[in-house]
Design a protein around this ligand. Sequence first.
Ligand SMILES: Cc1cc2nc3c(=O)[nH]c(=O)nc-3n(C[C@H](O)[C@H](O)[C@H](O)COP(=O)(O)OP(=O)(O)OC[C@H]3O[C@@H](n4cnc5c(N)ncnc54)[C@H](O)[C@@H]3O)c2cc1C
Length: 484
Amino acid sequence: MPAVPVLVVGAGPVGLTAALLLARRGVEVLVVERHADPYPLPRAVHLDDEAFRVLQAAGVADDVAAITGPMAGLRLLDRRLRPLVEFLRAPDDQPNGWPRGSLFHQPELEAVLRRAASAQPGLRLVTGEELTALTQDDGGVDVVLRRRADGAERSVRAGYVLGCDGANSTTRRLIGSSMRDLAPPDRWLVVDARAGFSAPVWPGVHQVSDPHRAVTFMPVTDGRYRWEFRLRPGESAGDLAAPGRLRELVAPFGVTRIEVLRAVEYVFRAQLADRWRRRRVLLAGDAAHLTPPFVGQALGLGLRDVHQLAWKLTAVLAGRAGEEILDTYQAERAPHARALIRVALLLGRLMTGGGRLAAVVRPGVVQVVRRVPAVRALGASSRTPPLRRSPLVERRGRPGRRLAGSLIPQPWVLLAGRRCRLDHVLGDGPARVELLPDGRLLVVAAGRPVEVTDPDGVVAGWLRAAGARAVEVRPDRIVGAAFR
Ligand SMILES: Cc1cc2nc3c(=O)[nH]c(=O)nc-3n(C[C@H](O)[C@H](O)[C@H](O)COP(=O)(O)OP(=O)(O)OC[C@H]3O[C@@H](n4cnc5c(N)ncnc54)[C@H](O)[C@@H]3O)c2cc1C
């Protein structure tokens, strides 16, 4: 009998979210983290509204909302910082119940997750120990953990292991999985700073398409700003980060003073692991995929991974599903991750690629490409592609083709006169949502039917547009099937 049903390797944002999602479903979890303290410097800075729902399911959305700021959209600028095109995100357009894009400081997000983890029954976090080896049999996984302070080793037996141990994942290596490149690596200088400006800064992402030097700039939160400068061949991060040179680079943005928090080379990679699972060991987050940041999906992809892993693993551990359900994990998640990485690569090339000629034709090309549905959807609406057909996504029939594989919207609804978000009514398990003739919704969750009022008719409009009357919603809020 395994000592712990699930062992999570890595207490980054993906590992901690996985642990919270599992523990809130009553699964006992041990999280093992190599470092004693959370990584103190900024890293990822953007999260979309779909991924925000995962944090909601993990019970931390309100605390995360308190440390994030809404992102106003994306502006593509020419080398003189004049706008070429703008994708705006209206602040009150929130089909998932949260701003379409949120900016945050990763150490603050991790602090929220750590606080929640320490208060969560059934979840134990051990720091200063790292996974070094594992072996598995039909009943579980034997994991070797090494204490970093003195090298002492101990062995733990777990039912399942989730490798959420980041880009250089040990778990990935131990299950014989390898990263496959979708594009060559791209070197950037990433600068996080506190700064003062001569004029107010627009609260969105500024992408400068200068053929000599692509730059991304955005205000983050609490007086922090992020610049990313593409490095040219032969150029080092140190060359650009030298104080005089850096001041020259940020001056066009109206900077009057700057205090650098982090200025390091960061290599943007586009990679997918070829194998996300070996029997009882699964990969999630940066351990399974890496993406260039042009659509801000690095962390969002990982949160989506663990949202579906949590319910699938819980079902297996509770005996409600056979282990074969875990085969659907990579089958569903890898194509979705690949699609978003490809959009990031396409947008990255479009916005920052090429030489002088590209700079000349870019304004015209941008106007054409912004009409490509996937680009327009991500640029303006943040909606990501639906999951493909799978044993758990029934895309047959018109309503199925339109809705299955995508998220049900999350409006505020009235339940017995009380206002709450729809996910609160859906609960942690599968649910069925049906449109009643009087316009109210019948939700059957955990076998219990309740009627709710959707005052703005968001779900009714969404169902009617697809010619559907009812949907089966999976615990990760993805529509499994839609019916007339
Ligand atoms: C140095 C760095 C800079 C980054 N900069 C950016 C950026 O500028 N922009 C951006 O969009 N994204 C950036 N990222 C990526 C972004 O931070 C991740 O997408 C995000 O953190 C989601 O990660 P995760 O939880 O999957 O992995 P991580 O946040 O990397 O967490 C993995 C955790 O696993 C732990 N771990 C690793 N190996 C073991 C082991 N054997 N045993 C136990 N614990 C282990 C690590 O210490 C770490 O805490 C950066 C990542 C890194 C590492």
